[in-house]
Design a protein around this ligand. Structure first.
Ligand code: AMP
Ligand code: ZN
Length: 113
């Protein structure tokens, strides 16, 4: 755990969050500032700074992807949804702990901002 990291603190239960899915390796919770009717963040429990910092061979990837799929099913997003991973300052990442945004419940626009 990175003591300074907001999402590590969420994982540890030190910051309250509305949890929607918990597995051994992954936690999913509602975004505090939702950008769509459904806006869930799916994070590895272990502290990983971002997309590029988790080796492609890590077993955390399939665990993360399985959790994303379960959230999609659980939130009833069969009509469509968007997955986003922001990376670095210019990619719009504000919390340096890897997270997948699951956005849905409305029609999405393209291109994103
Ligand atoms: P990003 O800009 O991709 O790093 O996304 C960070 C997201 O975390 C933003 O959508 C924030 O609204 C969200 N966020 C920040 N703090 C919290 C928190 N304590 N609980 C839930 N979501 C949070
Ligand atoms: Zn962290």
């Amino acid at each position: 755990m990175d003591e300074q990291c907001i999402f590590c603190q969420v994982v540890a239960g030190e910051i309250p969050a509305t949890r929607v899915l918990e597995t051994d390796q992954v936690l999913a919770f509602r975004d505090i500032n939702p950008q769509a009717p459904v806006h869930v963040l799916v994070v590895p429990r272990e502290h990983v700074t971002g997309f590029g910092e988790l080796p492609a061979s890590s077993p955390t990837w399939p665990a993360l992807l399985a959790a994303v799929q379960e959230v999609v099913r659980g939130e009833g997003l069969d009509n469509g949804y968007r997955l986003v991973i922001n990376n670095g300052a210019r990619g719009g990442q504000t919390v340096p702990h890897l997270h997948v945004h699951v956005l849905g419940g409305r029609a999405m626009q393209w291109p994103p901002g």
